[in-house]
Ligand binder design. Structure first.
Ligand code: TRP
Length: 336
């Protein structure tokens, strides 16, 4: 039996380097493992929970995210890439799961709570947004996925998912595990900060480096990166901790030994910011250039990309329909 992996991204912006180290990279590795079957979902329905008034934005980014996936190396022959709303069984499953959580539980969920604050939803949160962890439980369980490559911020969501699974199995399963509990696959890299040193690269702060950024944009962003405000002259001793250039070098420079040497030199004094920034620019351009070239080529034929999503969605629908049949049977609502 293959292990089933599922992840998704909300199509609200292009993917950035944080997505790359956080999960894209591991998805690309997983698709080549014989004992894994991987689904990757473009979570348009989830994106609409806080962008319901801007469907054009979501629509546009479905294609952008698909381009990022394919450019980064996700292969539709190995990974089923699909669109959430094109698999109606997910909405159906969500409906039944909604009975298995309380509003209080959702309001207390740390991830939801945080996002509600960020988005200014404290008083008037759309019900769809508040309940997105339930819909995420449907995304995961419909495919019987047990391994979920996500960032740390998603851990409370996965706990909520497993809570629903256990409740479902105990009420409707009569001792059988109809649905499967899942576990996170955390990436070894800690979360990538924004170029300004803020904890998270985010679309609204525009402080991330996108996979699709040009060489010029990469140069500009790296040159603007937060380093150590106390490191004024080259000879001054500098701080490595909290220094965004070193955090990115740690995440992307393949030569770990040299980075350790550079860090030691920087701490002692005698290594300038421009030198380490130049090194990072080279590393990042090396990484993203081939992706960008693939992306530009793919972007010339959006119909072909949409066809890939259509085929992936058809495949996904078959799997989800099978689970849905088992769910309905367990719930004794398989009438005909
Ligand atoms: N909530 C995830 C995010 O914001 C996206 C997502 C939707 C997801 N459904 C999922 C992730 C299922 C993992 C599994 O990034």
């Amino acid at each position: 039996m293959k292990k089933i992996v599922l992840t998704g991204d909300r199509p609200t912006g292009k993917l950035h380097l944080g997505h790359y180290v956080g999960s894209l990279q591991s998805r690309i590795k997983i698709q080549d493992k014989k004992d894994y079957k991987q689904f990757v979902m473009i979570a348009d329905a989830q994106a609409l929970t806080d962008n319901y008034d801007n469907p054009e934005k979501v629509r546009k980014h479905v294609l952008e995210v698909a381009l990022d996936y394919l450019a980064a190396g996700l292969d539709p022959k190995k990974t089923t890439i699909f669109i959430q709303s094109a698999v109606p069984q997910l909405a159906e499953l969500d409906l039944f799961f909604l009975n298995l959580v309380t509003v209080g539980q959702l309001k207390r969920n740390p991830t939801v709570k945080n996002e509600m604050k960020e988005k200014g939803f404290e008083l008037n949160v759309p019900a769809g947004f508040l309940t997105y962890p339930v819909s995420q439980a449907a995304d995961i369980t419909a495919f019987k996925a047990t391994e979920i490559p996500v960032g740390e911020d998603q851990l409370p969501i996965l706990e909520q998912v497993n809570d629903i699974v256990r409740k479902f199995n105990s009420i409707y399963g009569k001792g059988r595990n109809i649905l499967k509990v899942c576990k996170p696959l955390l990436s070894s890299t800690t979360r990538l900060p924004g170029i300004d040193g803020k904890a998270k690269a985010s679309k609204s702060l525009n402080n991330g480096i996108y996979l699709a950024d040009s060489d010029e944009e990469i140069k500009r962003k790296v040159m603007a990166m937060y380093t150590d405000p106390g490191h004024i002259k080259v000879d001054d001793p500098g701080q490595v901790k909290g220094n965004v250039v070193f955090t990115y070098l740690d995440a992307f420079d393949p030569n770990k030994k040299e980075i350790e040497k550079l860090k030691a030199q920087y701490k002692k004094g005698g290594l300038g910011d421009v030198a380490i920034k130049k090194r990072l620019i080279d590393v990042l351009i090396n990484l993203t250039k081939p992706m960008r070239e693939r992306r530009e080529k793919l972007a010339r034929d959006p119909k072909k990309v949409m066809k890939i999503l259509e085929q992936g969605s058809a495949e996904a629908k078959k799997v989800a329909a099978q689970t849905m049949a088992e769910v309905k049977k367990a719930m004794t609502i398989n009438y005909f």
